[in-house]
Design a protein around this ligand. Structure first.
Ligand SMILES: NC(=O)c1ccc[n+]([C@@H]2O[C@H](COP(=O)([O-])OP(=O)(O)OC[C@H]3O[C@@H](n4cnc5c(N)ncnc54)[C@H](OP(=O)(O)O)[C@@H]3O)[C@@H](O)[C@H]2O)c1
Length: 345
């Protein structure tokens, strides 16, 4: 049985990884690591997982993780993984990194938005883990850079149209809404209950760090540079992400063409639910699952194609996609361990 370990297991993405991996039939979760909670049973931190895992958190150590796991998941804040990943690669341990450290190809772009990169030689080795788009490259990857939640929700609906060259790549406008768990577990004033409850606010408009990530990978899909104007919002829900994307068709198309384009692109991929023009996506309908729901409306009178997507930021936007990538890397059915049905309500 393939052994897996989770670094940063006590964070929101890490806990979701533990939930999924503890019930995964194709791997054994052998170790979970934490700084603050070393020696503490995982279920003392997340009692909902009682009866699911009896693992005790271990002191964060990359040597230990490489000894106990064949695949290591890093659910740590950026900067830390680029120090730890080289050790795993040297030891022949596969890595799925949920941070931004290996998502951008160019170290200079990374450094313009984050900080100095200490393992730039590994950037070319990393495969961007957008599961449905880079499947073939993920299969043989030793290092997968799991995408950010906003880029996942934006790139999945855009990809078929970019690939088919149906939309103007200079005039894409994205309005995204994220649940507060997207900011992680560490408390801060901006995610304090009283600051977010019963309210809605844009933040980091046109300056969010996910903006260059979505432009780089949209460009790779389109085969030419893509510009995306991006306005993220924090909404008073725990989990969920909704992106509304405004684009301009550059050829004469109708709704049937768009539906066919999305269908042809994603046909056979279980986690992309194509709602077509009949229904717009709803965060509630994907909550707790690895689905990405995609819908669209063609506003012919204004020459605008409006796409929308909904994901659970912690699952398709983080831990679920990471496990989907692991399944692809290990040659398993990509759905293994991910058959979670969203709550009806
Ligand atoms: N939340 C999301 O929706 C989401 C979506 C996509 C990607 N991600 C990415 O996933 C990663 C984890 O995000 P998260 O939201 O789960 O964050 P989080 O809730 O803040 O968890 C981060 C984890 O890392 C550990 N940690 C924090 N600082 C550390 C340090 N300096 N040294 C060692 N360990 C440290 C913390 O646990 P201990 O203190 O117990 O060690 C904690 O378990 C981030 O890179 C994030 O960008 C998150």
């Amino acid at each position: 049985m393939i052994r897996v370990g989770v670094l940063g297991a006590t964070g929101y993405a890490g806990a979701e990884l533990v939930r999924i991996l503890a019930g995964h039939p194709g791997v054994e979760l052998t170790a979970v690591y934490s700084r603050q909670y070393a020696g503490v049973p995982f279920t003392d931190i997340y009692p909902s997982l009682s009866g699911v895992t009896d693992l005790v958190c271990e002191e964060l150590s990359i040597e230990s993780a490489c000894g106990k796991a064949d695949v290591v998941f890093m659910a740590l804040p950026h900067k830390l993984p680029m120090e730890l990943v080289p050790v795993c690669i040297r030891k022949g341990v596969k890595v799925i990194d949920l941070s931004a450290d290996f998502r951008l190809r160019d170290a200079q772009v990374y450094e313009a938005h984050y900080q100095q990169h200490t393992a730039p030689d590994l950037l070319a080795k990393a495969v961007y883990g957008l599961s449905e788009i880079n499947t073939e490259r993920i299969r043989t990857a030793d290092l997968v850079a799991n995408p950010g939640c906003y880029p996942t929700s934006v790139l999945l609906p855009l990809a078929p149209l970019l690939k088919a060259n149906l939309i103007d790549v200079e005039s894409i406008i994205v309005d995204s809404k994220s649940g507060v768990s997207g900011a992680g577990r560490s408390p801060s004033l901006t995610v304090h209950f009283c600051e977010v409850n019963e309210s809605l606010k844009p933040y980091k408009v046109a300056t969010h760090r996910h903006n260059p990530e979505m432009e780089e990978h949209a460009g790779a899909i389109a085969g030419r540079p893509v510009k995306i104007t991006f306005a993220p919002h924090l909404v008073p829900v725990t989990r969920g992400m909704l992106s509304t994307i405004y684009t301009r068709p550059i050829v004469k198309i109708d709704e049937d063409d768009i539906q066919r384009c999305i269908e042809d692109f994603y046909g056979g991929r279980s986690f992309i639910r194509r709602l077509g023009r009949k229904r717009m996506p709803d965060m509630l309908h994907v909550r707790g699952s690895n689905y990405c729901d995609i819908g669209f409306t063609l506003d012919k009178s204004r020459g605008c194609l409006i796409l929308a997507s909904a994901i659970d930021n912690l699952i398709k936007g983080a831990a679920g996609q990471a496990v989907q990538n692991m399944n692809i890397m290990l040659g398993l059915d990509e759905r293994t361990g991910l058959a979670m049905t969203p709550f009806p309500i």
